[in-house]
Ligand binder design. Structure first.
Ligand code: SAJ
Length: 430
């Protein structure tokens, strides 16, 4: 529980992970410093405006008393510093720890002795011991496990999820020392109403997130590969998955689609693949899963080419609109989005293509779905936004759509209805 004297928490990185955590800590009575290097984001937050398109978050920001700043020196007043900065991959799919390194170098300069540093960013086993600790100890003032403590509690935020939130998701926790583990456990138990599982080592905690997200990536790759073969066999894979899901054990449904996006699933496996290389191990299976999932935008373009050809249509005389650019439904996040990869590839191939994205205005050529559909002859569903899933299919006919490529299989049960309305329908494995 909170000590009598209010502890001060500094949260570094105010994105999908850091901002909800800062708001929760503040709500639980902590004095919170919210720190980000993005001055525009800080300005918005100082104006009590959410940098993320999320009504619930906006409400909480209005009621919060967080000190927002870009000044790293403010962490010298903090008892606990929590790092929630991005850990992306670069163009060559290699881990890019530069945001993390930069933040840790700043922390090492200002954090007081006997304080706790918690990393929530997703990292591979070994980063705390081999990257963060040496940076913290560089100046000689701090000695990890002696006068500074490091813990790792991998974030599990699921953007857009209204049920599973930062306050009720189980967590795993590892630390450099028993004292570090105890300090971190006290913090998380004071703000989270869920299980906090203590891992034996910090490396085990680092491995958990990578393993859970690689698990999801290989399962999606599995159904994406099935989709390619079932398309040739003329079997509706979504119906088969629905059938398999009636088995009450040992089967977990995943769904084929035009690709895998986001800052987690398509990124995290590369951290493990690269780290294992250092031990002489080649994660062939993880790499193959990535290859399959990364092939889906191109596979979807091949489906478009075949579907147009069957109607004697060409890419020049067909106006195509791609519906959705975000990487998942009903959020404004387009990181690693396969929808953007598809759109950019089709532009490069000379298609007459535009895009409609209701959540990201600078990635949309139209300000309404109706205008987008009235302009186009063909539509590609790349993101299963609710605005699309709730659209009556007769609207497509009324707007003059003759071809629908359903990259998220939201209409896979209705292909006969499309045919009745004279619309050529094609899904992913359906
Ligand atoms: N996708 C498929 N088929 C599926 C599931 C997802 O193609 O069956 C695609 C989505 O369209 C999206 C991408 O994969 O482009 C990622 O989707 P996601 O639902 O995994 O969403 P994320 O990236 O926000 O994943 C988060 C992760 N949470 C954390 O990393 C803390 C992940 O671990 C969760 O499993 C996931 O949410 C979730 O379950 O919703």
């Amino acid at each position: 529980m909170l000590s009598d004297m209010k502890q001060r928490i500094a949260i570094i990185g105010l994105g999908y992970v850091g901002l909800p955590l800062a708001l929760l800590a503040n709500k639980k009575g902590y004095s919170v410093i919210g720190l980000d290097i993005d001055a525009n984001k800080i300005k918005k937050l100082l104006d009590k405006k959410s940098p993320i398109n999320d009504k619930l978050l906006q409400e909480k920001i209005k009621k919060s008393s967080i000190e927002f700043t870009s000044d790293f020196s403010s962490i010298k007043f903090a008892d606990i510093v929590v790092l929630c900065v991005p850990t992306p991959v670069d163009e060559s799919k290699l881990p890019d720890l530069s945001p993390l390194r930069n933040a840790v170098e700043n922390i090492a300069e200002y954090i007081e002795t006997d304080k706790l540093l918690i990393i929530e960013s997703t990292i591979n086993p070994g980063v705390c011991d081999e990257v963060i600790t040496p940076l913290i100890e560089l100046g000689g003032r701090l000695k990890v496990g002696k006068n500074i403590y490091i813990a790792h509690c991998p974030e599990r935020i699921n953007p857009g999820d209204k049920n599973w939130r930062v306050d009720n998701i189980n967590r795993v926790l590892g630390a450099d020392s028993p004292k570090g583990l105890n300090l971190a456990q006290n913090f998380y138990e004071s703000i989270i109403n869920a299980e906090i599982k203590l891992m034996g080592t910090i490396k085990e905690a680092e491995a958990v997130k990578i393993v859970e997200n690689s698990f999801r990536d290989i399962n999606i790759a599995y159904v994406n590969e099935l989709a390619k073969s079932f398309h040739l066999m003329g079997i509706n894979l979504e119906n088969v998955i629905e059938g398999a899901a009636t088995k009450p054990f040992a089967f977990m449904p995943h769904h084929p689609g035009m690709g895998v996006g986001g800052h987690c699933i398509p990124v995290d496996p590369y951290y493990l693949i690269e780290h294992a290389k250092g031990f002489g191990f080649d994660h062939k299976f993880l790499k193959l899963a990535r290859e399959i999932n990364e092939s889906m935008p191109e596979y979807t373009i091949e489906l478009i080419e075949d579907t147009l050809a069957k109607q004697n249509l060409t890419k020049i005389n067909t106006k195509i609109v791609v519906l959705g650019q975000a990487y998942k439904p009903d959020i404004d996040d387009a990181r690693e989005s396969p929808a953007i990869k598809l759109y950019s590839a089709m532009i490069a191939l000379g298609y007459n293509i535009k895009r409609y994205e209701p959540f990201i205005s600078d990635k949309s050529d139209f300000n309404s779905l109706k205008k987008a559909l009235l302009w186009a002859d063909a539509a590609i569903i790349a993101t299963a936004h609710s605005e699309f899933t709730t659209l009556d299919i007769s609207n497509y006919k009324k707007c003059g759509i003759r071809t629908l490529i359903d990259g998220r299989n939201i209409y896979h049960q209705l292909s006969k209805d499309f045919k009745r309305d004279g619309i050529t329908y094609c899904g992913i494995g359906v």
